[in-house]
Design a protein around this ligand. Structure first.
Ligand code: NAD
Length: 241
C-alpha cells in the first residue's frame, strides 16, 4: 500500500528497536525517502531509506542535516521524534547526571529536532510531527522520575505545537504515541519480575511489538489522520499502571 506516497520522512533513534521498525514501515508505504537518524550505524534493505549518523543533542549537526534535506527536496513532510534513553533510579537517590542525560536526549532532543524541522513545515503549510512518549509520561512509574518528566513534557510540548504551528492556515499537525511495554533492546534488560508485573496489569496479557507502534505512527503520519492534532494515542494493550 502507499499510505504516505511521495513523502519525505525523518525518524530519530532508528538504528534498532521501535525506530527501526518505524523507518521500515514508512518506507514500505510509498515514502519518497525515509531519513533514518541515529548515533549508531545502521543499514536498511529498502532503497528509499538513507541512514545518517546524528545525535539529537547536537543542534549544529541537526541544522546541517535539515539544511541538506531542504536543499535537496525543499521539504520534510513527516518528523518522528523517537530517540530516547532511560537512566532509572529511585527519585531520592537519582544523580544529577542521570537526570540531565535523560532530559537532554528525551526532552531537549525533541525540542532541538522539532525547532529545526517545523519552520520547513510551516513554510510549506503542511506536515506531521509524531513524538514517541510513553505510558510512564501519563501515569508515572517507580524509578523513572527523569524519564516520566520527559515523556510528560513531550505531550505538553506537542499540545503547544498543535496550536502554534497551525496558525495562518498551516496544516501542520503534532501528535504523540504513548507505548506501553514493547519488546525491544530497551525492555530486554528489565528483570523478569518487572516484566511479569507489567503483564499482570496489561488487559491483553502480552508485551507489544515494535510493529504495533509503527502502525500507529504510520496512521498519524499519513493524511488518514488529517483532522487529528494535539493528541496522544496510548498503545499499551490496556495497561493500567
Ligand atoms: P532502544 O533503546 O531499543 O532504541 C533507541 C535508539 O535511540 C537506539 O538506536 C539509540 O542509539 C538511539 N539513540 C539514543 N540516544 C540518541 C541520541 N542522543 N541521538 C540519536 N539517537 C539516539 O529503544 P526503544 O525501545 O526502541 O524505544 C524507542 C522510543 O520509544 C524511545 O523514545 C522510548 O522512550 C520509547 N518507548 C519505548 C518503550 C518500550 O517498551 N520499548 C515504551 C514506551 C516508550
Amino acid at each position: 500500500m502507499n499510505r504516505i506516497e511521495g513523502k519525505i520522512a525523518l525518524v530519530t533513534g532508528s538504528a534498532r528497536g521501535i525506530g527501526r521498525t518505524i523507518v521500515e514501515k514508512l518506507a514500505s508505504e510509498g515514502a519518497e525517502l525515509v531519513i533514518s537518524c541515529d548515533m549508531g550505524e545502521a543499514t536498511f534493505e529498502q532503497t528509499n531509506v538513507r541512514h545518517e549518523i546524528l545525535n539529537v543533542t547536537d543542534r549544529d549537526a541537526i541544522k546541517e542535516l535539515v539544511k541538506k534535506i531542504k536543499d535537496e527536496f525543499g521539504r520534510i513532510d513527516i518528523l518522528v521524534n523517537n530517540a530516547g534513553i532511560t537512566k532509572d533510579a529511585p527519585f531520592v537517590r537519582m544523580s544529577e547526571d542521570a537526570w540531565d542525560a535523560v532530559i537532554n536526549v528525551n526532552l531537549k532532543g525533541v525540542f532541538n529536532m522539532t525547532q529545526a524541522v517545523a519552520p520547513l513545515m510551516t513554510k510549506n503549510k503542511k506536515g506531521s510531527i509524531v513524538t514517541i512518549s510513553s505510558v510512564v509520561g501519563l501515569y508515572g512509574n517507580i524509578g523513572q522520575a527523569n524519564y516520566a518528566a520527559t515523556k510528560g513534557g513531550v505531550i505538553a510540548m506537542t499540545k503547544t505545537w498543535a496550536k502554534e504551528l497551525a496558525r495562518k492556515g498551516a496544516q501542520v499537525r503534532a501528535n504523540c504515541v504513548a507505548p506501553g511495554f514493547i519488546s525491544t533492546p530497551m525492555t530486554d534488560v528489565l528483570p523478569e519480575d518487572v516484566i511479569n508485573g507489567m503483564l499482570e496489569r496489561t488487559a491483553l496479557g502480552k508485551l507489544g511489538m515494535p510493529e504495533d507502534i509503527a502502525n500507529t505512527v504510520l496512521f498519524l503520519a499519513s493524511d488518514e489522520s488529517s483532522y487529528i492534532t494535539g493528541q496522544t494515542i496510548e498503545v499499551s494493550g490496556g495497561l493500567a499502571l
